[in-house]
Design a protein. Structure first.
Length: 293
């Protein structure tokens, strides 16, 4: 499998040097960042068998915009065969694929932790069975077991039921036009970057799995995102970067994305004003892009 990450992680190290956030000029801040970077190195050794898709260093990207958020690096890596088998069952699973691991520190900057999208979360959110998720679980367990148990961030998933935190809207346009409109609207924001795009239908065809048109767009705005993550960095697993799933089902086109507030409530039992601002902004951008005037 290919071993090539997106440009975001490595490029931002250079970018951030020009606009250092003052927090990282302190010994406490530097120590915290170093701890998280060391965990990322361990992660890299655990994911060599997967396709590396993208790495986003949230704090360094935000730092480049003179915004502070605690050290937080999300790594997205893939097993296309597993993706295809799950999408065949439920296209909405694509919002939680490929595999994701967040290496981060809480605002106190004391310890480095990791969070990841678990098979239990996907089972609850998408109505799948343990049997459906055998391969997913095996892959993620092989990665997570590389870390000492004390570093794993736990989440109480009792609040997660089917379609938790999902916003799904019907598009007035066909599949290709919907994607074009959304990408144009995202790029017109000025402070937003499109990090990548995954064509799950194309992936499935490589394994003889027929999937209706399904595409995931990965994007984000470093400054607003940094502000929204400042007190709740764990949301960098699901809410940042933004994951926008466009899919066709029974000749209709839908757009699905995560509600930032729901994930902040899940992880921290609270939400912040910057999160509400980003939520409102995203809803407006998407609504305008998929609604025929």
């Amino acid at each position: 499998m290919k071993k090539l990450f997106g440009f975001v992680f490595f490029g931002t190290i250079v970018l951030s040097c020009n606009n250092s956030a003052k927090k990282f000029e302190t010994q406490e801040g530097l120590n915290s960042r170093n701890k998280v970077d060391e965990v990322v190195i361990v992660l890299d050794s655990a994911i060599t068998k997967f396709d590396n898709v993208l790495r986003i260093d949230h704090s360094r990207l935000a730092e480049g915009e003179e915004v502070y958020t605690p050290p937080s690096i999300v790594t997205i890596f893939s097993n296309p065969k597993v993706n295809s088998s799950l999408l065949k069952i439920n296209q909405l699973v694509g919002i939680d694929l490929p595999y994701k691991v967040l290496c981060y520190s809480e605002p106190d900057l004391v310890n480095a932790s990791i969070a990841y999208t678990s098979s239990d979360f996907i089972r609850r959110r998408h109505g799948l069975t343990d049997l459906d998720l055998i391969s997913f679980s095996k892959d993620m367990d092989s990665v997570v077991n590389s870390f000492p148990e004390g570093i794993l961030s736990s989440t109480d998933l009792k609040a997660v039921s089917k379609n938790f935190g999902l916003i799904v809207k019907k598009s007035d346009f066909d599949f290709v036009t919907t994607i074009d409109h959304l990408k144009k609207s995202i790029q017109e924001q000025g402070d937003t970057k499109i990090f990548g795009e995954i064509d799950f239908k194309k992936e499935g065809s490589l394994y003889g799995v027929a999937i209706d048109p399904t595409t995931l767009i990965l994007f984000g705005a470093p400054a607003p995102g940094g502000k929204a993550m400042n007190k709740t960095p764990k949301i960098g697993l699901d809410a940042f970067c933004q994951k926008l799933l466009i899919f066709e089902k029974e000749h209709e086109v839908f757009v699905a994305y995560n509600d930032i507030i729901d994930f902040s409530d899940l992880y921290y039992q609270k939400w912040t004003i910057p999160q509400r601002v980003v939520n409102y902004r995203l809803n407006s951008v998407y609504e305008n892009a998929i609604t025929e005037k």
